[in-house]
Design a protein. Sequence first.
Length: 123
Amino acid sequence: MDEQGLIKHIYDSQVKLGLACSRCKGELIPITSGDSITFFCEDAHETSVEQLIGDQSKDAGATLHTLIASWHKNAIALELLAQEARTQGRAKAVDILKRHISTLEARIEILKNTLDKKPTDKD
Ligand SMILES: [Zn+2]
């Protein structure tokens, strides 16, 4: 896989959230900035994690946990690719992969912290 194919592979393996924008029903994509995650639809409507947990059904919490698990799986897969690229001496590919792994790990951390702060309803 060349660098271009690698980037495509990374994007293709991104999880589909199944979370819809409350304003236009468009699909929400997570964007990490600093130490927070915000979700945006294609029309750039903004939805915070707190809003997702609060506004939507309890499914949102479950979906976010699924998302954490998927990101984790993603990071492990990328780590394997990075090891392979390293043995092949492809420094640029290793670089690209490492950057994506860091992004995923940061997202996992942020989302976990946010979810931990919100006790789930027990009714
Ligand atoms: Zn929208």
